[in-house]
Design a protein around this ligand. Structure first.
Ligand SMILES: Cc1cc2nc3c(=O)[nH]c(=O)nc-3n(C[C@H](O)[C@H](O)[C@H](O)COP(=O)(O)OP(=O)(O)OC[C@H]3O[C@@H](n4cnc5c(N)ncnc54)[C@H](O)[C@@H]3O)c2cc1C
Length: 437
């Protein structure tokens, strides 16, 4: 029961012939990196594996990229950089770009380019009725609104076209990894807290609280990326240098090498398949040194008491949102344009280690309850791509978006065949008391 591991159950496609008594339900697989525990509820339906569908076309005149559903994030970098472009993407290379797009698509570029959906020009989709349609601002604009944030609930996306950005700073970014010992954690968090009112649009950091098996102790690390000239970036990061890290690696990296460089290979680690991974996440609007320190202390206790969980991490993604917030909220179904990052409790243990599994799940819930208080949101708000699936509809999709989403769901998927990515969108909203029970 504790093995709520959406991602890796999702990697085992189930292809059953649909008999007369079986509800025709579908699950689409792009990169095979869905996290939601709801994905593991999927049974007796048809899983459509799109991972080999790797169509790829750059139109240099229109400055657009059109891809198929199997194209992963890491596969777009080389050809884009060669053509002089970059695109906003997530922070890891393994998920499909379309899969990431459907929930909004968060990442370091939120300050300068916006969310991945903000680059989306059009998509082609097969509806629940089996019709192939094109969605854009001019073609089925309502559904185009819905798929930009709640896109896993309406059909099978067979291609997506994105507007590209010219390379920033000729595609050369300053990248810095830092690691600090436990006693510096609060001071490090204070530095990040000082960016609360003035985080530059071209600066992003991912704070990682994890266990260092060489020093046998908890540590806090951070990878910083500055989309701009090296000198400017180094000046901005001076307070971090001055704090005295135990280790640091600074380099200028080309756009196409950014993800494989960050966190000394963190991408490879988190992209490893066939592992138990359990996520508890929240959005954050404010960076709180005291709140994060409470999280740090809880992780320290967990690592002490449960060596089997020492590959786990507490992650604070600190992303500016200037370009994201410049898009009006009613443009898309994505509800959290005010978010300036995400908090992720990312738990890993060996299959069969029930004691660690129980402790990790208990801690995940505690962290979520604790960190929401300093997240800047009154209620827990959760980015759909990082959702666990147990948070509740409003917390994931936003109360104000749900009436319109429900209307569209009723029109485009009345039999609810696309229902396994987090809490399914209901046919009616507000829910009647009976539905809520
Ligand atoms: C290591 C890692 C790093 C991540 N980093 C980020 C990040 O930086 N930013 C971010 O925004 N998200 C991130 N995510 C979350 C990611 O966006 C979601 O997990 C996403 O659903 C993965 O898509 P996928 O196609 O790879 O996964 P899959 O398991 O193949 O798909 C998950 C679900 O998405 C839907 N889906 C996928 N493709 C299609 C399609 N073509 N048509 C219709 N529905 C589809 C389906 O409901 C499917 O069940 C990360 C996930 C992982 C595992």
């Amino acid at each position: 029961m504790l093995q709520h591991v959406g991602r890796y159950l999702a990697l085992q496609p189930i292809a059953l012939p649909l008999g007369p008594d079986l509800k025709p339900i579908y699950q689409e697989l792009g990169g095979g990196h869905g996290y939601s525990i709801a994905l593991s509820d999927f049974q007796d339906g048809l899983s459509v594996d799109l991972s080999q569908w790797k169509s790829f076309e750059i139109d240099e005149t229109a400055e657009t990229l059109t891809i198929g559903p199997g194209v992963t994030i890491s596969e777009v970098f080389d050809p884009l950089q060669e053509a002089g472009f970059q695109i906003q993407s997530g922070t890891c290379g393994c998920p499909s770009l379309i899969g990431v797009t459907l929930g909004g698509g968060a990442g370091r570029y939120q300050g300068i380019h916006g969310l991945v959906i903000d680059a989306l020009v059009s998509i082609r989709m097969i509806t629940a009725a089996g019709e192939l349609i094109e969605l854009s601002k001019d073609s089925h604009p309502d559904l185009f609104w819905a798929i930009r944030g709640a896109g896993a609930n309406f059909g099978v996306v067979t291609s997506a076209t994105y507007k590209l950005n010219r390379l920033v700073n000729q595609g050369n970014f300053l990248h810095a990894d830092f690691y600090f010992s436990a006693e510096k954690s609060h001071d490090y968090f204070k530095i990040i807290e000082s960016f609360n009112d003035n985080l530059p649009a071209n600066l992003a950091t991912i704070v990682l609280i994890n266990y260092n098996s060489s020093t046998n102790s908890i540590q806090v690390g951070g990878n910083w990326v500055y989309f701009g000239p090296e000198k400017e970036g180094l000046k901005t990061l001076k307070p971090v240098f001055d704090l005295g890290p135990i280790a640091s690696v600074i380099s200028v990296v080309p756009y196409k090498r950014l993800l494989v460089t960050t966190g000394g290979g963190y991408d490879t680690l988190v992209c490893q398949g066939h592992m138990v991974r359990d996520l508890y996440s929240l959005n954050q609007k404010t960076y709180s040194a005291s709140g994060w320190q409470k999280g740090f202390d809880k992780m320290a206790k967990f690592f002490d008491e449960h060596p089997g969980g020492r590959n786990s991490a507490l992650v604070f993604e600190v992303f500016p949102n200037q370009a994201t917030a410049s898009v009006a909220s009613d443009e898309t179904a994505f509800p959290w344009r005010d978010a300036r990052g995400y908090i992720i409790g990312h738990f890993i243990w060996d299959e069969g280690d029930t004691a660690t599994a129980i402790a990790a799940n208990k801690l995940g819930i505690e962290l979520r309850d604790e960190l929401v208080r300093t997240s800047g949101y009154d209620e827990p708000s959760v980015f759909v791509n990082y959702a666990r699936g147990d948070e509740g509809l409003e917390n994931i999709y936003g109360k104000e978006k749900l009436p319109r989403l429900a209307k569209l769901k009723k029109i485009w998927d009345p039999n609810n065949v696309f229902a396994y990515n987090n809490c399914p969108i209901p046919m009616d909203y507000p829910l009647s008391q009976r539905d809520e029970l």
